[in-house]
Write a protein that binds this ligand. Sequence first.
Ligand SMILES: *[C@@H]1O[C@H](CO)[C@@H](O)[C@H](O)[C@H]1NC(C)=O
Ligand SMILES: *[C@@H]1O[C@H](CO)[C@@H](O)[C@H](O)[C@H]1NC(C)=O
Ligand SMILES: *[C@@H]1O[C@H](CO)[C@@H](O)[C@H](O)[C@H]1NC(C)=O
Ligand SMILES: CC(=O)N[C@H]1CO[C@H](CO)[C@@H](O)[C@@H]1O
Length: 620
Amino acid sequence: MCGICCVVNVSNLQSALDKAVLGNLKKRGPNCSREVTKAVAGFNYHCFFSGHVLHMRGLLTPQPLEDEKGNVFLWNGEVFGGLKVGSEENDAQVVFDHLSKCTSESEILSIFSAVQGPWAFIYFQVDSHCLWFGRDFFGRRSLLWKFDDVEKSVMLTSVGALVVGTEHGQWQEVPASAVYKMDLKACSLLDSFVLMTYPWKYPSSKLQKSDLTHELRLEKFSSSVSLTMNASGLFLTAPVVPLNITIPACLPESKHTLGTQPSFEDLQPFLQSDKRKKIVHQLVDVLSEAVRRRIQYPPSKTVATCPSVNKANVAILFSGGIDSMILATLADRHIPVEHPIDLLNVAFQLKKPKKKVLTKNTKKCKTVLNSHPCQEEAKLGSAEAGDFECFNVPDRITGRAGLQEMQDINPTRTWNFVEINVTQDELQEMRQKTISHLVYPLETVLDDSIGCAVWFASRGTGAALLNNEMKEYTSTAKVVLTGIGADEQLAGYSRHRVRYKMSGLEGLVNELEMELGRISSRNLGRDDRIIGDHGKEARFPFLDEEVVSFLSSLPVWEKADLTLPRGLGEKLLLRLAARELGLTASAVLPKRAMQFGSRIAKMENGNEKASDKCNRLQRV
Ligand SMILES: *[C@@H]1O[C@H](CO)[C@@H](O)[C@H](O)[C@H]1NC(C)=O
Ligand SMILES: *[C@@H]1O[C@H](CO)[C@@H](O)[C@H](O)[C@H]1NC(C)=O
Ligand SMILES: *[C@@H]1O[C@H](CO)[C@@H](O)[C@H](O)[C@H]1NC(C)=O
Ligand SMILES: CC(=O)N[C@H]1CO[C@H](CO)[C@@H](O)[C@@H]1O
């Protein structure tokens, strides 16, 4: 993970980089910071590049990179495939070496079409006076832009900052539907910006990933920005196959007689078919490889100089739900057994039951208390219960059960179950100070809930059982695996059931297609900014190119069967994979969204809609 930033001016003015933005960039790349300014004699533009590196592999390689010709490169990404990167090599250097050799636009595009893995980049090609930038197909790395009408400048950055007064333009996420190029020479002559776009297209169908004109929503930009769609026909080749939209004329009638509380034994009959079993094993294999690629290559220096095996290199955002359990099981396959694995489990303080309610409406309160997970503690607590605190939220309970399953699967491994308890006060403080800046420019109640939950979880500061004693513990693992992408591809959300009920398999397929298309702007940019803030790197095995291609090639009915009850039908294929991997109860846990599982949503005003603009994120 790195923090990358570029400020371009096409007037003679020089714009400065906001201090808050610089501070946020440094947190993403704590190991090395560098700045480079470029002005080419006789041309009326200036570029300022700022690079902040988190050292992940090969030798520590300061950014921006510069070659002898004067090209400049900023890279926030990981090459997991497509280009050969030796185990001692640094991937930023490898990509830059390829780019330096390019003599045409299509050569540049073919490099970004080939690279597998998450990335955002900024590349200044000195010969052509062109600035290239963009994000990978799914948008797994954040990149924001802001055009300033007055200063005639454009800023690109991994992370922004929320500031009072936004008269000089707003940050926006750079749409991940294309890679962009600005001819700075031309821009400075025109005194305005012209963006060339190179959209992603699927190789077979020439189908564009999404409608760029719609995504760029031009009215958001000031009048000095004009956008040119390049008509040359150049485009990037999508790294995955399009979704299989086949719908059967009629589905085999389901003959299952299942209760509403499925047990993992209910999965067994589905594994009887050889065809199904084969698909399940293919999924396990492709996911396993995706996890392997994401946990190899710790920086060679660190390994050599600190052979401490007591610290985990890899952490998993861990709710004990099926996605995180599968990641833990597969990580266990590939991480040497003497290394611990950190399981990060976040819980927000439950409100204490109000005494007032007791006297007012005894009947109603009884049900509240009965269903309250803190009931036991509440009884044990003193009468006044002044410092009553409780973190036994649903994700904590399933997390503990999940830990037990992992210990059964591999008893020799040290599993650090990190209990991260967040109080209301701490939440408010950190949201104000930090998290609101990272979530920005996203702004909904859901962005706030998930942003805060992921920030505290990935910080990894809590308590863990070390030598049979609960001790304060902070995870220092630089790699954080998250299960994002599983629900979008395997129909895990409850809205999928709604859609299926309303408009059948066809409706479901359309919904899945739409969701994978918008995952960059809904989730990934935000989560990257949030996790990167700790100097850690988010990695998404379910969004590995091979995994997505495999799942996309399957017809929808192999992935989910929404005629089956909750805990079984959604993500059915993944549940079968979990079963084959030896998981038990966790294989049939119904989906629970993080904001509910961690109870952060409960902590805030319960009347809000997830899509409402969140007041708590605003600067006052
Ligand atoms: C990178 O920075 C982090 C945080 O300051 C530090 O813990 C780590 O040791 C550094 N790594 C290297 C290779 O310098
Ligand atoms: C965190 O919450 C759990 C309840 O889930 C509790 O057992 C534990 O003692 C709490 N830890 C701290 C440090 O407050
Ligand atoms: C879509 O799924 C159907 C049914 O399994 C299969 O016959 C077809 O080949 C798949 N299409 C693609 C493009 O993979
Ligand atoms: C419309 C437009 O400006 N098209 C350009 C797209 O890119 C090619 C290759 O550089 C140019 O030749 C076209 O002029």
